[in-house]
Design a protein around this ligand. Structure first.
Ligand SMILES: [Zn+2]
Length: 433
């Protein structure tokens, strides 16, 4: 110890430094903070880290994939001699740039798009390797024909309700054009919202007028046929939403389940995640151009629809939709609204037949966007580890007080100002801690 002890170790204290834990920053390779911040958050999601390290242990000489590179990186962090320091995720970034053209540059990327890509891609790798494994013999064993290869087209985020846009970029296309009227009187906003802030806060009109695009989810690629057993990625991240639609003509209720690996919620000014989730599950009326085709009536009818969580995932990832397309600016702008996210979370928007409705979640990690717009700014993350809160800013790691988390809720006014706001929240179910 002595002179070799870093400031972080001193702050934590050698007695209190968790055994077998390592806090390593990640070197930035030119705007790769979107990746660094997500990787740190995932590293501190315990079930995910364990599975990745298990993969590393089981696959001594794997073909190089993004998963093998991730496993090498996690292993490298977990086996460092020093307790703190920084490490260069060079192989991972090189592989990432090879894997996906959109990331093959030095531009700022969307951390949520990256997370979405990474989780889906890892899942596909596991499926492809399973298909190519011993149970399938050596017949045509390139694994390309089934699951993994065929499913790449499904990686895009999809909107949960009927949608006007299914573009490949994430949920940003959610229309806000109908709410661009000045709406300073928005119910839950206090004080002086300017016109633009009021616009984005006017969610009730978004709910009704934009065809029910209240919420979107990201589905995971599904397994098929003989390989229908879930992968560990499914086991960790996948939940099930059920959407119930009640025909207002015949009262018939129909329901449909869909998988998700994260929930994407709209943000309102001066609210909380609980509020966002309640809005996510608000009843919406399907009417005018957006009627529901009722099988019982054999015609399009007005209907009421709502989405609730039927299976709660082990890790609940919540994406705050902070980048919204604003027609009057012809670009995406950042919505810096203050949205409180609690350290403990219970879901109230569960369905009556939910498997595990009482799951209690603890906040484990937050990816934070710093800046004023989607294509500028910076990403950092805060994580909870052994009761300590740490802030990872590329290669820098600092201990922070839990009270500092409030600084990342957002701003109570002025939508255009630069802000440091929670962007992706990772909640871990207490029963898997
Ligand atoms: Zn009907």
């Amino acid at each position: 110890m002595g002179a070799n002890v870093s400031q972080l170790e001193r702050e934590i204290g050698s007695d209190l430094f968790p055994a077998n834990e390592h806090y390593f920053g990640l070197v930035n390779f030119g705007n790769t903070c979107y990746s660094n911040s997500v990787l740190q958050a995932l590293y501190f999601c315990k079930p995910f880290r364990e599975k990745v390290l298990e993969y590393k242990a089981k696959n001594k000489r794997p073909k190089e994939t993004l998963l093998s590179c991730l496993a090498d990186l996690f292993y490298s962090i977990a086996t460092q001699k020093k307790k703190v320091g920084s490490i260069a995720p060079k192989k991972f970034i090189t592989r990432l740039r090879k894997e996906k053209e959109e990331f093959d540059n030095y531009m700022q990327q969307d951390a949520h798009e990256f997370l979405n890509f990474l989780i889906n891609h890892i899942n596909e790798i596991i499926l492809a390797e399973r298909n190519a494994g011993p149970s399938h013999g050596n017949g045509n064993g390139n694994g390309k024909s089934s699951g993994g290869g065929a499913s790449t087209s499904q990686m895009a985020t999809s909107t949960a309700s009927k949608s006007s846009s299914t573009s490949n970029s994430n949920s940003n296309s959610n229309s806000t054009s109908n709410s661009t009227t000045t709406n300073g009187n928005s119910s839950n906003s206090t004080g002086s919202l300017n016109a633009a802030a009021g616009a984005a806060a006017a969610t009730t009109s978004v709910l009704d007028a934009s065809g029910g695009l209240t919420a979107t989810t990201t589905p995971l690629v599904q397994t098929n046929g003989a390989n229908s057993e879930p992968t560990w990625v499914h086991e960790i991240f996948q939940g099930i939403l059920t959407s119930e639609t009640r025909c207002l003509n015949c009262e018939t209720v129909s329901s449909k389940d869909e998988n998700f690996f994260d929930l994407q919620v709209d943000v309102d000014q001066n609210t909380s995640i609980t509020h966002c989730l309640r809005c996510f599950s608000n009843t919406e009326t399907l009417c005018s151009d957006n009627k529901f085709k009722c099988d019982n009536c054999c015609s399009y009818q007005e209907a009421q629809k709502r989405m609730r969580v039927k299976k709660l995932p082990m890790i609940l990832a919540l994406h705050l939709k902070r980048f919204k397309y604003m027609e009057q600016f012809n670009r995406h702008i950042k919505v810096s609204h203050r949205v409180v996210f609690p350290l403990e979370l219970r879901l109230f928007n569960t369905s009556d037949d939910a498997v595990n409705p009482d799951r209690l979640y603890d906040l484990t990690a937050v990816v934070i966007h710093c800046g004023s717009g989607p294509n500028r700014g910076h990403y950092i993350s805060i994580v909870k580890s052994h009761g300590l809160w740490l802030l990872f800013d590329d290669d820098m790691v600092d201990k922070i007080e839990a009270s500092t988390i409030e600084d990342f809720y957002g701003l109570t006014s002025d939508i255009h100002k630069s802000s440091e706001t929670g962007y992706i929240l990772f909640y871990q179910s207490r029963d898997c801690a």
